[in-house]
Design a binder for this molecule. Structure first.
Ligand SMILES: Cc1ncc(COP(=O)(O)O)c(C=O)c1O
Length: 483
């Protein structure tokens, strides 16, 4: 990776190694209107309309800026149903990048999870993973399986200096397999860039150890590579064993070691779509028949061919450290800015986005009143920035209907790659600081309408009391006429 040092080190900021050639106008509504829009959206940032959002930091999924080469590739897409050249080009890109032979297409990451759960999880079986992801767990529990999380203790501490907080606790993994019996374990899933604990990476060494234990016990190893891009950056910059390996060396090592790899191309490869890949044909044959059933013919699996072309180019671009470092560097900058100010952040900075520790900011709001969701509404009202709740509201209820309180109550401010300028990131930090200083005004939320599955996507809530109006009043007092 090239290094560009500033003459005045105190003015060093992350430097974009790209220029912007297509732009989209943004709108910032006045604070009173933002309050109104939040109410109309049932206090759920997923239900806001994008036209009412200034900076959309809800996710980095399918919203990253594409490169000129990706856009150019889209124009040569071959949309023939069978024998498509686009599919051939994607297969060779995957082979080049991961070194794997077999590929199944799917429309996005959760579609891969559906197929993996249908094929490999039997009722009563366990799946072991460093940490669950919402859609992964929903698919596994839907077919009667359950999830056991084995992330190391440090992964759940909001702040420490552990460089790979997503790592499996290896002794616990071994013990759990022994206790359950290998035949009761459907698979072990390694989630790169562990989403729900703050986009925290897993080291290559840990991944390889987990795969070795799986092999010794005859258990399937599966890598969820959706967030591998940022994870690769952290392997390269934080892990001794990766110092002399190229990104391609690391990806080939993973391709050769894991039984199955799947990913959401909405994240990996800056495109849209999904893929399941392997070097073992027998696993692929077991899943193959589900693709035409659920996704589409084997040449596209529900993906739009233009997206497949963008994905092929995007995957190759993942091998370029200059390209994959932009996200983690911007995230680090945002985390550092907020940390210096005293805002409790998940540290060290991970991938995906900056994660604000709502549990610590709002100790007066109990888990049962969804502090992270409440803080996400406060951010939007104060700034027009849309973040995402990653706490108790994003959890599934226990089978007996009681709440499953999240280990960490976080608000995620995702940083879509190459989308925002540094001044916009500074604006975001400024408004978070204001919200932090006014945290005592913020109260909790309660359900108005709670869906039974993936409730965080479309559930509606109400504030408990009139704290949002008080926040708007304070904003006006502090900011005068400013938007
Ligand atoms: C780690 C991880 N796995 C799976 C998925 C699901 O992918 P998709 O949103 O494409 O369905 C996501 C999406 O955010 C993810 O972060």
């Amino acid at each position: 990776m090239s290094i560009v040092n500033f003459y005045r080190p105190e003015e060093q900021v992350p430097l974009e190694m790209h220029k912007v050639r297509v732009v989209q106008k943004l709108f910032l509504l006045p604070v009173e209107e933002r309050l109104q829009k939040m109410k109309e959206a049932g206090n759920n940032t997923f239900l806001l309309q994008n036209k009412d959002v200034f900076m959309d930091m809800i996710t980095d999924s399918g919203v990253n800026a594409m490169s000129d080469n990706q856009v150019a590739a889209m124009s040569i897409a071959d949309d023939s149903y069978a024998g498509s050249e686009t599919c051939n080009r994607l297969i060779s890109a995957i082979e080049e990048v991961f070194g794997t032979k077999y590929f199944l297409p799917a429309h996005q990451g959760r579609a891969c999870e559906n197929i993996l759960a249908e094929t490999f999880v039997k009722p009563g079986q366990f799946t072991l993973m460093n940490f669950h992801f919402t859609t992964t767990k929903a698919h596994i529990t839907r077919v009667g399986g359950s999830v056991i999380e084995l992330v190391g203790k440090k992964g759940l501490e909001p702040q420490n200096d552990e460089p790979f907080k997503g790592n499996f606790d290896i002794p616990r993994l071994k013990q759990t397999i022994k206790d359950l019996g290998a035949k009761n374990v459907a698979f072990v899933r390694i989630e790169a860039g562990t989403n729900l604990i703050g986009g925290q990476p897993v080291s290559l060494q840990n991944m390889l150890e987990v795969a070795k234990i799986c092999k010794e016990n005859g258990i399937l190893s599966i890598l969820d590579a959706s967030l591998l891009q940022d994870n690769l950056y952290f392997m390269k910059t934080r892990e001794e064993m990766c110092k002399d390996m190229s990104i391609k060396d690391i990806m080939h090592k993973l391709g050769a070691t894991m039984d199955i790899i799947y990913f959401s191309a909405r994240k990996l490869g800056f495109a849209r779509g999904g893929a399941i890949i392997s070097n073992n044909e027998s696993y692929i044959l077991k899943m193959k028949e589900y693709i035409p059933l659920y996704e589409g013919f084997l040449t596209y699996g529900g993906m739009e061919v233009r997206s497949m072309e963008a994905m092929a180019v995007g995957l190759r671009e993942t091998l370029d450290m200059e390209i994959i470092s932009q996200g983690p560097k911007f995230i680090q900058y945002l985390v550092d800015e907020l940390d210096k100010y005293g805002v409790p952040m998940i540290k060290p900075a991970g991938g995906l986005g900056a994660h604000v520790n709502a549990g610590e900011i709002l100790p007066h709001v109990p888990h049962s009143q969804y502090p992270a969701a409440a803080l996400a509404t406060a951010f939007y009202i104060a700034s027009g920035v849309r973040g995402m709740e990653r706490g108790t509201l994003s959890e599934q209820r226990n089978p007996d209907g009681t709440e499953h309180y999240a280990e960490l109550e976080l608000v995620r401010l995702a940083v879509p790659r190459r989308v925002f300028t540094l001044s916009q990131i500074k604006y975001c930090a400024d408004r978070v600081k204001w919200v932090y200083d006014n945290r005592n005004l913020i109260g909790g939320l309660r359900w108005e309408d709670e869906p039974s599955v993936l409730r965080f996507f479309f559930g509606r809530l109400q504030p408990i009391g009139d704290w949002q109006e008080k926040l708007v009043e304070k904003f006006r007092k502090d900011f005068g006429d400013s938007l």
